[in-house]
Design a binder for this molecule. Structure first.
Ligand code: ARG
Ligand code: MN
Ligand code: MN
Length: 311
């Protein structure tokens, strides 16, 4: 059974490859989008009857400033800011045309751009963040200084005013955010989640209620009665490292293959998905078999979110 999307004008998708790794220290995650496209994702989406518009892999390295000293603890702040600002306008452009926006990372700092771009067009959209990590550190709480651990705090407007990120508008409210898959949350992040009353289903809740109940509750939270558009930001490290090994910050005890796919299938069934990120696939980590496995799963997660069914 195919599901009609309530918020798209046509069954078309704009695909944005963001070969960027500046939000964290490990090289190779910038090769994620190239591998995913090489693996045939665009043809796979065409087979699902999507009209596919691929922006090409932009060379964001041209945006790297000659000098980018730390801003407080934050590393590569100017570079991350410039790249994500540009990603935001790419995402907005596709959404304004009535297409779905699909962004392939790259590290998760890129979601600062994708979510900003989505909210610019759909200001009431809900955000489902599937990840082992909450990525909600502020410039104050971050221990690593890696901005891929911080995008959500910027989106919520709790990161404080940094002139380097002057373009970022607080576009997200705590009631339109939900997490699935958390299991490695920093002490400062736990405090933020608590203080802002942010809904989060950690692996504990996945064990307790099962994935179908968790996803149902998560969807109902951000899009009551399927009333709001949904942005899905999927960090591949939400999956267990035995399932998706090639990623920069793996954490054991993650989602199974089916749990990850179930999330995407259920979100497709809402008919509300307008924007999706697939982040943190790093094809330079682990052996060829592991890379193949991770890239394959990345593609199948996207296909499921875009309507592939088992029957
Ligand atoms: N997108 C990710 N993989 N984030 C990992 C973040 C890890 C840690 N919480 C940090 O702030 O650095
Ligand atoms: Mn993560
Ligand atoms: Mn993440």
């Amino acid at each position: 059974m195919s599901v009609q999307n309530k918020f798209l004008k046509q069954k078309s998708v704009g695909v944005i490859g963001v070969p960027f790794s500046g939000g964290q220290p490990r090289d190779g995650v910038d090769q994620g989008p190239l591998k995913i496209i090489e693996f045939g994702l665009l043809d796979q989406l065409k087979e699902l009857d999507w009209q596919v518009k691929f922006d090409g892999h932009r060379d964001y390295s041209l945006m790297q400033p000659a000098s980018d000293p730390p801003v407080g603890k934050l590393l590569n702040a100017r570079y991350v800011s410039a790249v994500t600002e540009s990603v935001a306008s790419s995402v907005s452009a596709h959404l304004k045309e009535g297409s779905l926006a699909l962004t392939l990372g790259g590290d998760h700092s890129i979601a600062l751009g994708t979510v900003s771009g989505t909210m610019a067009v759909h200001p009431d959209a809900g955000l489902i963040w599937v990840d082992a990590h909450a990525d909600i550190n502020t410039p104050e709480t971050t221990e690593s200084g890696n901005i891929h651990g911080c995008p959500v705090s910027f989106l919520l407007g709790i990161a404080g005013q940094l002139k380097e990120f002057g373009w970022v508008k607080p576009c997200l409210t705590p009631d339109r955010l939900v997490y699935i898959g958390l299991r490695d949350v920093d002490a400062g992040e736990k405090k933020i989640l608590r203080e802002h009353g942010i809904k989060a289903f950690s692996m504990h809740e996945v064990d307790k209620y099962g994935i179908s109940k968790v996803v149902e509750m998560a969807i109902e939270h951000v899009s009551p009665n399927r009333s709001r558009p949904i942005h899905l930001s999927f960090d591949v490290d939400a999956l267990d490292p035995t399932v998706a090994p090639s990623t920069g910050t793996p954490v054991r005890g993650g989602l199974t293959f089916r749990e990850g796919h179930y999330i995407c299938e259920a979100i497709h069934e809402t008919g509300c998905l307008v924007s999706m990120d697939l982040m943190e696939v790093n094809p330079s980590l682990e052996d060829d078999q592991a890379v193949f496995q991770t890239v394959t799963i990345g593609c199948s997660l996207v296909r499921c979110a875009m309507g592939e069914t088992l029957l």
